[in-house]
Design a binder for this molecule. Structure first.
Ligand SMILES: C[S@@+](CC[C@H](N)C(=O)[O-])C[C@H]1O[C@@H](n2cnc3c(N)ncnc32)[C@H](O)[C@@H]1O
Length: 222
């Protein structure tokens, strides 16, 4: 395994890759960004007034860095714990309740195991979070059991999401247009690569974001 970058090396990456390129907002996705709070703090400092969000599994303290938190919830308690481990759901919920000052958005990645419980997840987090965003699981391999193939079932899940959005217009942050794009393999194809700077864990620029690079898998999984 390679050595992780130090705090000062991350500061240097932010200056060279983000500030010099006039990047106005960044999202720290990890791995798990909160395993290195000192790095998050330094990056926020370097970014100054620019917008920083942190995508986290929500099990570590939601330190008040002034960031927006995206917390991954993969389903109701039993489903989330089946995917992420026993006791994780309650741990995350307690963490959010203990940090009411944290600006929390729930991020639910929809997959073959959790599509049935989307509405329950919305109901459970409505009073605890500011918003919820949905994305669909991108397959990691040809036999990825979490992949929800294109077709009737996936389309009916998207219809369900659109209906939920009608009931919770201020809570579901995806636009209807964005939800409809998940119906087929083209949802990441128009992503303007010139608009984004994607960095790996070494701070090196990657040609495309991970999801975009994996899009081809999805195409072969209809
Ligand atoms: C890779 S995780 C890293 C951040 C953090 N450790 C966590 O667990 O949320 C970032 C987000 O990507 C989502 N994700 C993970 N695997 C995915 C996949 N195969 N396709 C689409 N999204 C995925 C997760 O649900 C999570 O919301």
């Amino acid at each position: 395994m390679h050595k992780e970058l130090s705090v000062d090396e991350w500061r240097d990456v932010v200056r060279r890759k983000f500030i010099e390129n006039d990047v106005v907002a960044i999202s720290l996705t990890g791995g798990e960004p909160l395993l290195r709070p000192e790095v998050v703090e330094a990056i926020v400092e370097e970014m100054k007034e620019r917008y920083v969000t942190v995508v986290t599994n929500g099990t570590l303290p939601l330190i008040d860095f002034g960031v927006g938190y995206f917390i991954s919830i993969d389903g109701t308690e039993s489903v989330h714990d089946a995917i992420r481990g026993a006791g994780v759901y309650q741990k995350v919920k307690r963490n959010v309740e203990e940090h009411p000052e944290a600006k929390v958005t729930i991020n639910m990645t929809i997959n073959n195991l959790n599509w049935k419980c989307v509405k329950k997840v919305v109901d459970e987090w409505y009073s605890l979070a500011r918003a919820i965003t949905f994305q669909f699981h991108t397959p990691f391999s040809y036999d990825d059991r979490l992949w929800l193939p294109y077709g009737n079932l996936r389309n009916s899940v998207i219809d369900r999401l659109l209906k939920i959005k009608e009931g919770y217009p201020d809570f579901v942050a995806n636009t209807s247009k964005q939800l409809n794009l998940f119906r087929n393999g083209r949802w990441a194809s128009n992503c303007p690569t010139w608009f984004f700077v994607n960095l790996d864990s070494r701070g090196n620029k990657t040609a495309r974001c991970y999801i975009q690079r994996r899009r081809e898998w999805g195409k072969t999984h209809v």
